[in-house]
Design a protein around this ligand. Sequence first.
Ligand code: UDP
Ligand code: MG
Length: 322
Amino acid sequence: MEKINLSIIIPVYNEEENIPILYGEIKDSIESIEPNYEIIFINDGSSDNSLKELKALREKDKRVKIIDFRKNFGQTAALAAGFDYAEGEIMITMDGDLQNNPKDIPLLIKKMKNEDLDLVNGWRYKRKDPFISRKLPSMMANKLISWITGVKLHDYGCTLKVYRKDIAKDLKLYGEQHRFIPALAHIEGAKVGELKVDHRERKFGKSKYGISRTIRVILDLITVKFLSSYSTKPLQIFGLLGFITGGIGVLIGLYLAYIRLILKQGIAGRPLLFLSMLLIFMGVQFFSLGIIGEMLSRTYHESSKKKVYRVKRAEGFDSKKK
Ligand code: UDP
Ligand code: MG
């Protein structure tokens, strides 16, 4: 069997009209540059004729592969399944609704190769979606995510991306965290870039998201930030907090002891006494949390065989050892 060089991963949820057109566009765009590709469609519990359309394509072209979910698990799960099954050295994700343009695929790959990047993120610089419900929240989300994660991109929400295989395979996706992929890849040590891409209006079918997504994005952001900054050193963050709160508590306590023992004044009615006790308690709590965190982080890394490092290339070793 010939080696597959390119895997295109496409989540599909009720996109029956779009599927045949998308297939044609992908073929036109990449056949000439790379014939050894596979197109993996993940049918995410569609209730229309999407699966039938996909099967019809597979009849004609065995490079089309189908992962059929038992029910709707969401776009993040669909992408994760695609990464698990894909074999290509280079992986591409895109939407199944024709809003991304397959013409951009060769350009994204070229950029990744020329600049030796591990992930190139599409930037829908002329996004064709409603302003208030989609573009405005997304603009704010992009600013916030860039600022908090330190990976500065204009368009986290763009599904059109190219990845090197090992980065894509290393991604651990949970909940609805596909929009944080560049930040998660950055945690894995990936070099991330971006490229302006085309964006088209949705012609068939409906968008599956609305404004309600905003709050969930913020909660996911907290998780990602924690994972990126503290997951291997929880005691350092919680211990520091414990030191600060506990330390202030002890200082206040000493001051009160001075008043009581040296100046011989009563302290029973002083609010400061309660503050001191509260702060010392908090300090102990933070410390314990940090230590539990350290233990959890060990279980986490060992049970999932997750390394605390990522190797780009190791030379001179037996290839079986990995
Ligand atoms: N999608 C999916 N499962 C879902 C929701 C969406 O597989 O639960 C797919 C959908 O079919 C499309 C892509 O994810 O291919 C992006 O969805 P959509 O176009 O609705 O999002 P928008 O472009 O409006 O952000
Ligand atoms: Mg769309």
